[in-house]
Design a protein around this ligand. Structure first.
Ligand code: ZN
Length: 331
């Protein structure tokens, strides 16, 4: 299905969601949400110190938590998920990927509402105090006056490489100091900060590989190393080996799942936008490929949350019809 048509149907689905929610009872399920950097406010975003990503501010995060509490959701920890969730409830897990220092800003909100969150850490970024490559590309691109399209194009190319290839490209293009963070906005947590953070009763830590590796770009040995070394480094920092992983950029395959299982990781999270049905959680493989929604600070928060909560979407049914008509079409 063409992107423009899909976008138009999605917009109709967003508009219809509140009506669908009042017409049909929302089914109980386990829902997970993905956040990355947490910006203080729009002014900080405008400094161009880091890739704005989803442009989520502390205020958006706070309203997100309030919304779901109002709708009767129970915020759960990864430990709760592993113990088994109550199928009579609507459960929700907050996750933050990458290991930004600015994620500490989530803590006052978490404490105020007593909600846990799972933070997936790219281990070597913390260990080495290294900037994330997408922030380097954005910051240097903006400084050089490049267009957003050109920046996006470079990012798309780097997503196809290994971390070593990415670093080589960045150093060759932007100089050897480009991988040093420039501020508290773009820097990862330090090892000491991560240790203290991890001791908070509402904070849970997960694996996000050693070097934010898009695992499907690696050989079997390479992906194993990325997962296993991250476990070792994180254990050194926080005192335990994480039981969970978020695959960087949501990319995984059968090899990745095998390597994950071999490391004793039992909870794996992707970026597939869907709820998780309770019966599916009894399957260990499903537990390694859990779905997760993304929130955008650039879009109406209530509209997004209503859309994700609604179990009836035109796009799903039209996609089904389209597949039947044209089974080989990519949508
Ligand atoms: Zn990531």
């Amino acid at each position: 299905m063409k992107t423009s048509i899909r976008k138009a149907i999605h917009q109709v689905d967003v508009l219809l969601a509140p009506f669908m929610l009042s017409a049909f009872k929302e089914q109980n399920a386990f829902t997970s949400f993905l956040f990355h950097a947490l910006f203080q406010n729009k002014e900080e975003l405008a400094l161009n110190l880091a890739d704005p990503q989803q442009q989520v501010t502390v205020d958006v995060f706070r309203r997100f938590v309030e919304y779901h509490l109002e709708k009767g959701y129970t915020f759960v920890s990864p430990t709760d998920v592993l113990k088994g969730l109550d199928p009579d409830k609507k459960s929700i897990l907050i996750t933050f990927d990458d290991g930004y220092y600015n994620n500490l800003r989530a803590l006052p909100v978490m404490e105020e509402f007593q909600v846990p969150a799972l933070f997936f850490i790219s281990a070597n970024h913390v260990l080495k105090g290294k900037a994330f490559w997408w922030d380097v590309v954005y910051r240097e691109g903006k400084k050089a006056g490049r267009s957003d399209e050109a920046i996006l194009e470079e990012k798309a190319h780097l997503l196809t490489l290994t971390d070593e290839e990415v670093d080589k490209h960045l150093i060759r293009t932007y100089g050897e100091h480009c991988l040093k963070p420039v501020s508290d906005t773009d820097r990862p947590l330090t090892s000491a900060e991560l240790r203290t953070f991890s001791e908070h009763p509402l904070v849970y830590i997960g694996n996000h590989t050693c070097d934010h590796a898009v695992l499907t770009n690696y050989t079997s040995a390479g992906m194993r190393e990325q997962i296993a070394q991250a476990q070792d480094i994180l254990e050194d920092m926080i005192g335990y080996r994480p039981a969970s992983i978020a695959y960087p950029c949501g990319e995984y395959n059968e090899d990745v799942l095998r390597a994950t299982q071999e490391e004793g990781i039992v909870l794996g999270i992707t970026t597939n936008h869907a709820k998780n049905a309770y019966p599916s959680l009894s399957d260990p493989k499903t537990m390694l490929t859990l779905n997760r929604f993304t929130i955008w600070g650039t879009e109406d928060l209530q509209g997004q949350c209503d859309f994700y909560r609604s179990d009836y979407h035109l796009l799903d049914s039209m996609r089904g019809i389209y597949h039947k008509l044209k089974p080989s079409a990519k949508v």
